[in-house]
Structures are given as structure tokens and as C-alpha cells.
Design a protein around this ligand. Sequence first.
Ligand code: GCW
Length: 671
Amino acid sequence: MDKVALNKSVLYKCWLNYDRKVNLSEESKEIIKRILVEGESQIIDSAVKELKMAVQNIIGEEPKLLKRTRLPHVFLGISTNDSLGIDGFEIKRIKKSIKILGNNESGILYGVFSFIRKIYTGVDIGNINIEDSPKNMLRMINHWDNISGDIERGYAGKSIFFKDNHIVDNTERINEYARLAASISINGIVINNVNVHEYETKLISDEYLTKVGEIANIFTSYGIKLYLSINFASPIELGGLKTADPLDVDVKLWWKERVKNIYKVIPNFGGFLVKADSEFRPGPFTYGRNHADGANMLAEALEPFGGIVIWRCFVYNCLLDWRDRSKDRAKAAYENFKPLDGKFKDNVILQVKNGPMDFQIREPISPLFGAMKNTNEMIEFQITQEYTGQQKHLCYLVPLWKEVLDFDTFVEGRGSTVSNIVNGSLFERKYGGAAAVANIGDDESWTGHPLAQANFYGYGRLVWDTSLSSEEIAKEWVELTFGIFKEETTIISMLAESRDIYEEYTCPLGIGWMVNPNNHYGPSVDGYEYSRWGTYHYADYKSLGVDRTTETGTGYTGQYSKPIKYMFENLQTCPEELLLFFHNMDYKYVLKSRKTIIQHIYDTHFEGVEKVFALKEKWISLKGKINEDIFNSVIERLNIQIKDSEEWRDVVNSYFYRKTGIDDELHRKIY
Ligand code: GCW
């Protein structure tokens, strides 16, 4: 697709498609004809540009940018309202005009995006009066892009940043991306994969920094700070030192020098994201040091410039022996990090995946949330659908994230939600927030599956305001993407049910991992069963599931606060969707639905597939009512999803039928 066509395409514009009719009163139209701006900066420029673009589409003429006027206008400036948080904004009607006031420049930009959003979702702006501040300070996106242009776990084409071991020359698309990200309040971006290989190691070298700086500058104009993933062994691989020991004087000096050079080129550089001693990546363990030693050494180098270290907690032994049932990968993050609570410098944040395993369709929350009261923690989600259908299957993930954020850990009694822990409020931490692995690539639609745009959009919106419901976010996204129309509820309901449907035809009752090894796509019940990765279901002829209780199992439940531990350990209170995550159960155990586990497996797999067929029917009912390109692209993927879900159904059902010899009560076809 050539560039011009790209720019015009609805798929490409995502939720920032202003090219449609909106219902505004004549009075409101009069107001938006004129824009008054106080202050000058790159970010304010972006805000003005955005507002002009939207207004031009709405009233068919470019609004006037004025220094002063007595006529109705929109005013952009800094607010004096102390109740606004950092990056917050207020929008209010005052006499004949509307004021969009930010707590800072980013706040103005977010205010403008919010204002436009209101207009396009049918809100009467004539009497607008809102105040809004983010619930999370850090709202980050992590790209797993390699400098080759490939994206680890990317399902939407190639990288928009890198190509053939270079940073791309044409930055138009990056600019458009910065705009999209800013529209949902993203304020930090890591452009390279946490697995930092040979060439990516050099991104912090002078050879690459100028180019990295150009990208940083694009993001800066949208209020987004650029961060880099680094290779812990850089002092050796880049600096020619003999060691990367974090306590070595020369190593410390080397990092300090490097960081100084980075800030010379990128004055508002955000900091480093680090995957160390995880899945064969280098780290402090090699030198007999711990994660705090490693993180603090980098933090010291970044501190004078206000930079931060984001240190990932995805650390586990990936060389386990499947024969040894006492070992449990789920326990690893807590075991590695909990003893280090309070040992990290102030500008270190631990980034913890939402669950203890790895972005499965259903997992409990990581017990690390709230376990480290004296350490900054942020949460890591995965927007890219590694285990959830790889953007071929429809799987709206906001309900999953929402569930995680709302979960009450009880670490400080009732109200100790994951949300309050990671936003820093519960333990009054200096830093907090969220990061998520991007689902973005150079595909025309950015996300491959057009409806997967809702996940990127939803992540940003939810992290800004964790009180929004997943339905509210879906509705907003649908209206911005397709316009307000009678049948919009069809799309909203498709999104709302998609996660449960995916869960039904894939992994039962929280067990996870029944995927093909390596590519993580499609069913393979025993794919990881006899491997070293620590991801087992222990199915035999009688029972399946992992006993993680303290009494008879791996003891994992002991990592939670007492009320949560008891809840998971007790069969009466353990949420059934997680039953097999915590317990090894007889296939004949009767669930609250009065079905046995085996019958539940059969039923959900048959029903899951039927529901995918129903999704397609719903989508077909929209023919002619929505953009044709989107319509066709989604149909294509729903057809794939139908075939794949049938495969899942038949593989999983046959597997358990053969293991147990128990017939399906409804005598459906099992192989
Ligand atoms: O989920 C696993 C992925 C790896 C990934 C790793 C991680 C970037 O399969 O591809 O590596 O997690 O989060 O570090």
C-alpha cells in the first residue's frame, strides 16, 4: 500500500478518524471556530495541530488561531487549579468560550484529545465541565522490536522503528504513532525488545544515538519520553571491559559515562528497561551479585539526570526437571525479589507481569503485588496477543486487565487493590504505573486484526482511568472508530464476550499452556508437559491440575496474604475459573454448575466454537453499515478463528476423552 493510500485509509486512522459527521449545535460550532493559545512549546503545537485538524473536519473550515478576541473561542493554557494531578486537565464552559486547561503542557494535549473524543462520542460540549487526572503516573508501552525489523511476538507486520539493522529513515509513521499513543495518554515508550541482542546493544552507543535522538524528539512533541532496553553485559560487549560486575569500579564508571552521553543527545531520555538473569540474558548473577546490586548501579548513573531504571521481575529457572513436582515456576518472581524489598534505590521500579506465569488467558495475580512495601512496583500487561490468538482471534483484553487491577490483595486489609499498589498510593511510593507490550506493527491497520486496535486503545484509557469499565471503553472505541450508529452495540457485545469465548475453547479452569511450543499458537495439550519450562498440567487418567497449596502442594499459595491464601486453597472459595491453577482435581469433581470437570471441558469446548460461529453471524449483520475494508478484514480473521477453534476443541476434547475414557453426556463427536 503506498503512502497516500495509507494516509487515507480508515484502518490506518484508527480512532482518530475525524472524517465523519458530528452533531454540534450552531453555538458550539461558533466557539470552535477560533482558538486562543497561551504558551509555546512542541507539545502545545501538537495540541493546536490536533484541534485544528478536528475542527476543520467538523465545520469544514480551518479555525482561526488568534492572539486575542472578544468572540467565542476555545482557549488552551495552563490551569491554576491545584486539585489537578500531574498531566491532568479541566475543560469548562466560561461565558461564551470553552477553556481547555492543563496542569502542564501534556495536560493541555490530553485535554484537547479528550475534548475531541467528547465531540465524536456525541457529548454536548455546550455545557462541558470536566476535570480529569491520570490514576497512574507512568503509562508506558514496551516494544519488543528487534533492529532487524522483526518483532518478537509481533503479529501485525514488521517494526515501525527498525529495518535491516538500521533505524528507519522515513519517520512519518513514527510521528503518526506518537500521535496515536498520546491520544490515549501514553507518556513513555521503550522502542526495542527486552531481549537485547548484538546490534541492539549498540543503540546506546554514539553510532546510533543521533538517530535514536531523532525518534526521541518526535515522541517528545507528544509528551512521550523515550526509554531503551539495555544489555546488562554492555560494558563487555560495547565497552571492551572484562566484566559487567555491577560492583566493579570501572563498570560503574563506564555506565556513568554512557549515560552522560545519552543525555547529551537526548536531554529528556526516560531511562533503561532491563531483563536480566532471565531466559539466558546476562545479569548480576554471573558475578555473585543480586538484582538490587544490578539495578542500583544503573540507577546511580541515571539519577543525576532524573532517569529511572525499570527492572523486570520475569525471572525464573527455565531449566526445570518436569519429573520434580516440588518445583513451581509460579513461585519464582516472589522468591527472587521479595527478599530484596527496601534494597532498591528510589529511581528503580520493579516491573511485574500481571500473573505469576506468563500472560495466559487466565492466571491469578502475581503475589509480588503488595509483597514489597518498600519498593516501587509497576505492572506489565501484554497487549500483543502471544497466548491469546495472535491477532487472528478476537480477544478484547480490557476485561482481563480490569479484573487484575481491581483484585484486592488484602496486604493491608480491604482496599489493597493491585491498582492502588501499582499506582503508588497504597504504600506512598515515588513511582508507579503500568507498561504493556505493544501489538503494533507496520500493517496498514497497525494491529493486524482491526478489532485488536481496541486493545491498544483500551490499555491507554484504562491506565489513565482505572475506574472506567471495560464496556465503557469498548463503547468509546467503537464510536470513535465506526461512528455512533444503531448497531454499535453489536460490536461492543462482540468485544465484551470475546475473552470468555477464547478461554472456553482453549484452556480449561485456569490451567493454561496447552499451546504449541515456541510459536505459542494453536493447541498442543502436552506441548510443554515434559519440557524444562515449568509449565505443567499433570493430567493423568484420573485427575489434572497443579496442587499449589501449602499443605499438600508446592506452597505457592503461601506467597499471598492470609485471606487470599485461604480463598485459593479452599475448594469452596477458590474461583472456579482458577481451580486447576491451584488444585489437582479428579475429573469427576462436581463444579458449582453441577457439571463434572470432564463434562465442563467437553461443554465449554463445544460451546466455545459455537460462539465463534455466532460472532461471525453478528459481524455479518453489520455488512453495509460499517467501512468495507474493516468489514472484510475482520471476516477473514473470523474464518481463521472458526477453523482454529474447531482444532482446539477437537484436540483438547479428544485428549481428555482418551485419557479418561469418560463419555460426553451429550454424545457429540469426539475423536
Ligand atoms: O512470554 C515470554 C515470551 C518471550 C519474551 C518473554 C519476556 C521478550 O515468550 O518472547 O521475551 O516472555 O517477557 O521476557
